[in-house]
Design a protein around this ligand. Sequence first.
Ligand SMILES: *[C@@H]1O[C@H](CO)[C@@H](O)[C@H](O)[C@H]1NC(C)=O
Ligand SMILES: *[C@@H]1O[C@H](CO)[C@@H](O)[C@H](O)[C@H]1NC(C)=O
Ligand SMILES: *[C@@H]1O[C@H](CO)[C@@H](O)[C@H](O)[C@H]1NC(C)=O
Length: 467
Amino acid sequence: MKYYLVILFCYMQNVQCNYTFETKYADIVIDHFSYTRNDTFKLKYLINETFWSDGNPVFFYTGNEGDIELFAQNTGFIMELARKFSALVVYCEHRYYGSSLPFGNLSYTNPKYLGYLSSEQALLDFVDVIDILQKSKYGSDGPLPVIAFGGSYGGMLSAWMRIKYPASVLGAIAASAPIWQFTNLTPCGIFNLITTLVYASTPKTFDCSVPIKNLWPAIRRVTKTSEGMAWLSSTWKLCDNITKPADVDKLIDDVIDAIVNVAMMNYPYPTNFVAELPAYPVSAICSNLKDYKTYLKDDKKLITSFVKAFDIYTNYSGNANCNSFSGTPSLGDTGWDFQSCTEMVMPMCSEENDMFETAPWDIQAVSEQCLKDFGVKPRNPSEVILQYGGKNLKYASNIVFSNGLLDPWSGGGVLSNITRTVTAIVIPEGAHHLDLRGSNPADPPSVIRARKFHADSIRGWLQDFYN
Ligand SMILES: *[C@@H]1O[C@H](CO)[C@@H](O)[C@H](O)[C@H]1NC(C)=O
Ligand SMILES: *[C@@H]1O[C@H](CO)[C@@H](O)[C@H](O)[C@H]1NC(C)=O
Ligand SMILES: *[C@@H]1O[C@H](CO)[C@@H](O)[C@H](O)[C@H]1NC(C)=O
């Protein structure tokens, strides 16, 4: 099972998608921690000055694991706020993602090149780009207050930016940032439990986690024979036929990822991600499973009805020739896998009380796999806690953590206020950083309140700054 921290996608009719950004590149040193290695690479960042006027703040998006355009085109809330605050908006790409590759095409070929991919290096990249902005025409009237924004891993980075470099950023909006999804900070089963609860409770009329929990053993039984594998391949119209047990494992992993993605994207209006999805996609999928009780003991019927239900995910557009569950190409899956093998070691497990196949967290097995895949293994599974303070945030300031309670990642998030200026806002009806998306008529009141809380917090920080 893989867990990606992702997703900010355009609401198709949303005008926010139409803002254009100027693309720039900064020369950034490859290794911030070495005085002997001075070679640089081009780090991409995007600027939009539509609303900016002199002396006003910079809204700085701390890019996460994907093409920066993906985030820029799809975080309408930041542009809405920029209009209110006359802010300059900057989206900075994360090194090793998109086109910001320190060693070009070689970047991913060898641990000796990949070793400079880390959140610590990325934060120092952001510090450098902010410095460049301060020294540019934008900062000519004195230092600009910079507010960091981010969603998901990007939200973790925005919070850490404020924690580590308060001289560079005045405050941070950290949306759906699971900064506590680390060893001994959060139980490993919480992610899958929340996903299960979303499927159990979103369809109002029945518990949709029951047919899903029964799906895995059904698939295992049916695919014991090669006839069964052929049956599943053709019933599901799979792009890659299943011919051996390892294929079955992979299929199950992929379907679980897809189920989790759908929970993360359980937005109140149609969105466009890996596939186009309808409003409240969890309910949409589950509605096809509501009669599950009549065929729960019939493996093939259960699988067939799930396949039909999941058509919404694999083939919402109606254009798919065959079904696959592959991710979106603009997200850097390999880079994230590497980071998960070095510092972003997030314990995850499945237990009896969730709807997935039971799977313990096994750091030993994870380390061995990492060694195989990348030639590295976690030095210390608690590295991130040492770097950024873990639960000890009482000396931090000016951070808002927002979490949608329908988001599986909220389990590792900050859900209660820590100090007067390190605050938490919960969005009971929210999925994965719904609050960063542009306003939509279907938004629940709780997300509207969260966005107002963000704006009020920023206003307060700016008042302090200007005084
Ligand atoms: C999958 O199996 C079916 C039936 O045996 C066959 O027609 C099809 O060509 C196979 N597809 C691939 C991609 O191998
Ligand atoms: C996708 O949907 C279209 C239209 O309903 C259908 O003709 C096609 O067979 C579907 N593709 C798959 C792979 O199920
Ligand atoms: C945190 O405090 C703010 C007031 O500063 C309040 O609006 C908010 O609801 C509190 N958050 C939680 C999770 O209680």
